[in-house]
Write a protein that binds this ligand. Structure first.
Ligand code: F6P
Length: 550
């Protein structure tokens, strides 16, 4: 039966109508235990979802929706290595990347992946530690001071964000990233390093991604142009890939290739050797803490009843607004400068996973799926788009992420940041009535007071989740990221889509391959007339420099 025709979906629609005029500020006034009932704690994390437009009945109905969709059975299929990524015929086992070594075996095609995971993890961590200790030397005998990670998409966002998030734990090697095909990216990195003291890592699961191969080739030519030899490449270029043969053709010996597994999707791969830049930045022990944190969230997700299950609740609340309130987007606001890349990372994780309209059975959905995810670090975002959250016409649920402590010791900054996060959530929920706005302006004459007061009304009743971390430690970061992975998984199951393929990014790549040689040629063009016109403009700009000034 179509999802929207099921009894539980219709029950939720009725709840939506019946509670249309309910205001959260009244619910808080009537329910002194609302926070107590509507928050969960796990290790150093607190998840407060009390500022949402729900009551117990709605939460129960949402949990019933997850039951009906088979979330429990799907999660179990994922955990035990079934090929739930049907369109690519792959298992989905990022959770296996953070299993302890003595965990129950998990089999894919008859092979125990837990043993394989630990073998590769140990290799990658040992390599990172060798760089950090200075034991590993470059071709000229110098110690390595810089590590350049070249990858894109899932082979870039995760390690780049995690490395930045764990800045207080950085050790003695500078880590750089180059992802964009725009040469400004790689050029700026190359300008900061010396070939004798740098290790380049080409990170690509497929080893076919053109942006990464282009940047890799540029780095390789630069290296050789700086007086280094082909033989020196052995010491200065490594790869993370599941395609050892293509890495070898690039000039990287198999001993320098760290394996990725075909049962881990790119955007879920930061826990694998794709995390090498994180390992190099913070060392083996901290990276293992990150994995332990993620595993703690996995255990919570796989074993906790839905009504108390953090990622399940987060997913269902997202569905509530997306499908029953017509909300189109979701903002994630980390009140942490070191987490400033989190929203960008989640954009790929969420939108590449759940930006789908075809169900696993080949039907087309008649309801909305993945939301538009955006965000910016707090408090900066308050000075940017929060105006629209407070007084705009759209309903945009917010995830606030707030560490309670920072590593830098400026206590007043910490209190300021935390107070602002709490205040934003409170004001979004409470709003400000006309009477309250007028009371604040009592000194003004009547007419002027009213004119100004209407501008100062906040409709309120705007939902948010508050995710507190006792500190931004590797363990807590691991929990946080695994929480989002599972949230996305649950939503995908309820919507009946495959969260683990990404056919939508392929088409444009194919067309770009055809256009690139046309930019150089003179010949006639066979595209639509807009694309033809754009290509012709490019050709003119290149053949007549200064064209735009004429
Ligand atoms: O953006 C599309 C994509 O296929 C992502 O899913 C993937 O993370 C990225 O490209 C990079 O792929 P690879 O690691 O194979 O270079």
């Amino acid at each position: 039966m179509e999802l929207t025709q099921t009894t539980i979906w219709q029950t939720l629609q009725q709840h939506r109508q019946a509670t249309a005029s309910v205001r959260m500020r009244d619910q808080f006034a009537a329910e002194p235990d609302r926070f107590e009932r509507m928050h969960e704690s796990l290790h150093g994390m607190l998840f407060d979802y009390s500022k949402n437009r729900v009551n117990e009945e709605i939460l129960d109905a949402l949990c019933a929706l997850a039951e009906q969709a088979g979330v429990r059975a799907y999660a179990e299929s994922m955990r035990r290595g079934d090929k739930i990524n049907a369109s690519e015929r792959r298992a989905v086992l990022h959770t296996a990347l953070r299993l302890p070594e003595d965990a129950e075996p998990v089999y894919v095609d008859g092979e125990n992946v837990v043993a394989k995971v630990h073998q590769e993890l140990t290799r990658a961590l040992a390599f990172a530690e060798k760089l950090l200790s200075g034991e590993y030397r470059g071709a000229t005998g110098e110690t390595i001071t810089d590590f350049v990670h070249i990858g894109i998409g899932g082979s870039d966002f995760g390690p780049r964000m995690v490395m930045q998030a764990l800045q207080p734990y950085h050790r003695n090697i500078r880590v750089h990233f180059a992802a964009n095909a725009d040469d400004a990216d790689i050029a700026q990195v190359l300008a900061r390093v010396r070939p004798e003291t740098t290790v380049f890592c080409i990170a690509s699961k497929s080893f076919t991604t053109p942006e990464t191969l282009l940047n890799g080739a540029t780095a390789r030519s630069w290296f050789l142009n700086q007086g280094m030899t082909e033989a020196d490449i052995l010491k200065h270029f490594v790869a993370v890939s599941s395609n050892v043969e293509s890495a070898r053709k690039f000039g990287i010996v198999p001993e320098n290739v760290f394996a990725m597994f075909d049962w881990v999707g790119g955007r879920y791969s930061v826990w694998s050797a794709i995390g090498l830049p994180v390992m190099v930045a913070v060392g083996a022990a901290r990276f293992r803490e990150l994995l332990r944190g993620a595993h703690a969230m996995d255990r919570h997700f796989f074993t906790t009843p839905f009504r108390r299950n953090i990622p399940v609740l987060q997913a269902l609340l997202g569905i509530w607004y997306n499908n029953f309130y017509g909300s189109e987007s979701q903002t994630v606001v980390p009140y942490s400068h070191n987490l400033r890349r989190l929203s960008g990372y989640l954009q790929q994780l969420d939108m590449e996973s759940n930006g789908k309209r075809t169900t696993v059975d080949g039907g087309v959905v008649d309801y909305h799926t993945g939301a538009v995810v955006f965000g910016e670090e707090g408090v900066n975002s308050q000075h940017a788009y929060f105006q629209l959250l407070h007084q705009g016409t759209r309903l945009i649920p917010v995830d606030f992420i707030v560490p309670m402590r920072t590593a830098y010791g400026y206590e007043q900054h910490n209190r300021f940041t935390v107070a602002n996060a709490f205040a934003q959530a409170e004001s979004l929920m409470k709003g400000k009535t006309l009477a309250e706005a007028e009371a604040e302006l009592s000194a003004l004459p009547d007419e002027e007071r009213h004119k100004l007061a209407v501008q100062k009304v906040f409709p309120g009743n705007k939902p948010s989740n508050m995710i507190l971390l006792d500190e931004l430690s590797p363990f807590n970061l691991g929990m946080l990221l695994a929480m989002y992975e599972h949230k996305i998984f649950v939503q995908g199951v309820v919507w009946g889509i495959n969260s683990f393929d990404q056919w939508g990014v392929e088409y444009g790549k194919v067309l770009a391959k055809a256009i690139e040689p046309e930019l150089l040629q003179e010949g006639s063009l066979q595209h639509d007339n807009s694309t033809n016109g754009l290509i012709e403009f490019y050709r003119r700009c290149r053949s007549e420099p200064g064209l735009t000034e004429k």
